[in-house]
Design a protein around this ligand. Structure first.
Ligand SMILES: [Zn+2]
Ligand SMILES: [Zn+2]
Length: 108
């Protein structure tokens, strides 16, 4: 019966090898590990970047001159409202009392 014993041993050895090879698999320790995945992209939609309201007048908000009358008309955005003036001096006047000039835009 020596051959049967040898076969049994061989099978036992083989199965133990198979089991060992199965358990000896390196653990997938890095699987699912967070390797500094890029942070969520910051949103680039900023409410502050909403387009400014268009300037409703054809004249300087300060002097009521035609915007082209001084040949140096300028525009800027004040609190979300586009403002146009005929010259730099009018910007300075506007900035001294914006509320006064903004009234000209009410209801426009
Ligand atoms: Zn002006
Ligand atoms: Zn001016």
């Amino acid at each position: 019966m020596k051959s049967l014993l040898t076969l049994t041993l061989a099978l036992a050895l083989l199965s133990s090898l198979l089991a060992a090879s199965a358990t000896d698999k390196p653990a997938e320790k890095d699987k699912g590990h967070d390797h500094g995945a890029p942070a969520a992209k910051p949103s680039e939609d900023k409410k502050a970047d909403a387009p400014a309201k268009p300037y409703p007048l054809k004249t300087c908000i300060v002097s009521d001159n035609d915007l082209d009358s001084m040949g140096e008309q300028d525009s800027f955005v004040y609190e979300g409202q586009t403002i146009k003036v005929c010259c730099k001096a009018c910007i300075a006047k506007f900035e001294k009392n914006p509320a006064k000039y903004l009234k000209k835009l009410e209801g426009k």
